[in-house]
Design a protein around this ligand. Structure first.
Ligand SMILES: [Cu+2]
Length: 321
């Protein structure tokens, strides 16, 4: 065979292979590269429903920081920006990544930026946080968020598609002037921030609360719960309900059935489903059942009624702000 004929045959074989792959593609979900940029901002933020503010440090200006959602197998192409207005160095530690703590997670100065990539190898719910010195201060001033890595296989009978999904992140509120050492020793602790505010979604304990989680009777509501408190374990329980299933770390392989109270250590996350009775409107209180933590901010009301707002728990309303 001449050189040219061989080349032609190679090209045809290559085309046949590409055609075969294209036929197979609709059944597969192709991995993507997802670009994520987050800017650290040191800002005054409201920490309760009355609008009381405190000096907080944040990813992107909110507590928690932006929800990063990708699919198992995707590559996250990440850039951290440290706003030039800030006074402190900051870093990013994605629990979902497997990299080098001294390289990717190194702190950067105000005005600097740092890029790194990581592959989402495991499905689940993963904390991210700042790891700059003192980590106790940076995290307890609000520098945390979460990444949800959806399973490559998608939903099935063992990991059913929910009707609604909500994110609840519990973090600490210390007195604004508490030092790094005091925070580390759990001194001058004031309460539990639920997605950045005390009693954020609890009009029962705070008459200034204007938001609650909502669902219709009988819907499957999936809660992605993150414990971002630096020293305290959370005891996450749905009053007047039962966790139908719980997936530890949010991984579909780690399933528990019919649970009451889930222990969630600092810097860990779980995914929990609750299904309310179909036949009548009901309410649940989703709380940290450790009483000091419940009664100092860590309670959320879930209202199950036919009037449930169809937008809540869907689209960009997983974290109610
Ligand atoms: Cu920081």
């Amino acid at each position: 065979m001449t050189h040219i004929a061989q080349e032609r045959e190679d090209r045809m074989n290559h085309r046949a292979l590409v055609a075969a792959l294209l036929v197979a593609v609709p059944a597969m979900v192709l991995a993507e590269t997802v670009k994520v940029d987050i800017t650290v901002k040191e800002v005054e933020l409201p920490i309760d429903n009355a609008g009381t503010t405190a000096p907080m440090w944040t990813f992107g200006g909110t507590i928690p920081g932006p929800l990063v959602r990708v699919r198992e197998g995707d590559v996250v192409d990440f850039t951290l920006h440290n706003d030039p207005q800030n006074k402190n160095s900051h870093s990013m530690d994605f629990h979902a990544s497997q990299v080098d703590v001294l390289d990717e997670f190194e702190p950067i100065k105000p005005g600097d930026q740092k890029s790194f990539s990581w592959k989402a190898e495991y499905p689940g719910v993963w904390v991210y946080h700042c790891g700059a010195e003192s980590m106790a201060e940076h995290v307890s001033r609000g520098m945390y968020g979460l990444a949800i890595v959806d399973p490559k296989k998608g939903y099935n009978k063992d990991f059913p598609k929910p009707d609604r999904e909500y994110v609840i992140v519990h973090g600490d509120l210390f007195e604004a002037g508490a030092s790094a050492e005091e925070r580390t020793a759990d001194q001058r602790w004031q309460g539990v921030l639920v997605n950045g505010r005390l009693f954020h979604y609890d009009p029962v304990h705070d008459s200034n609360a204007s938001l609650t989680l909502e669902s219709k009777p009988g819907e499957r509501v999936r809660i992605h719960f993150v414990n971002a408190m630096i020293n305290k374990w959370a005891a996450f329980h749905p009053i007047a309900g039962i966790w139908e299933r719980v997936w530890d770390n949010g991984n579909p392989k780690n399933v528990l059935w019919g649970m009451q109270t889930m222990q969630v250590p600092p810097a860990h996350a779980v995914t929990l489903d609750i299904i309310s009775p179909k036949d009548r409107p009901t309410n649940n209180a989703l709380l940290d059942h450790a009483m000091t933590q419940a009664l100092n901010g860590g309670i959320t009301v879930l209202m199950n009624s036919e009037d449930a707002d169809p937008a809540k728990g869907r689209g960009d309303q997983l974290i109610l702000r």
